[in-house]
Design a protein around this ligand. Sequence first.
Ligand code: ZN
Length: 149
Amino acid sequence: MVKTEIRKEADGSVFATVVGKIDEHFDGKEILQAADSARKVSLKMDGVRSISSLGVRALEVFMNALGDRQVVLEEISAAMANQVTMIPNLLGSATVKSARLPFVCPSCGAEGAHSVPYESGAGTTHAPKCEQCGKKMEFDGFSEEYLPR
Ligand SMILES: [Zn+2]
């Protein structure tokens, strides 16, 4: 089940937050309706916990339905970043601005999710400082599974 929150911006674009698990029931219908005359759609997806294999297909159909609008994805979750990195065609011509990914502090072990630009090497170049001890945090996992090469 996915919950969406939709906001129309002053410039006519649509901003939607998507939260939950994307499965075969996902159709993004409310977003498509709200985006009817919009030229630009921004999707904030840090709340997407998981995507099932049928959900990948549903997401692909939704992205296609957005057509030639400018589509920008912000703060995609680790689950989402993992799928997008494995299946580069998944999002069509949409742009991914940033991903919210897990980091761990090598010094004190503190963990946390941080938003980094969705670009090659961002797990290192944009690693945040630990809020507990100030040391540079490290990507928690294999960053090449979540970010472009
Ligand atoms: Zn620390």
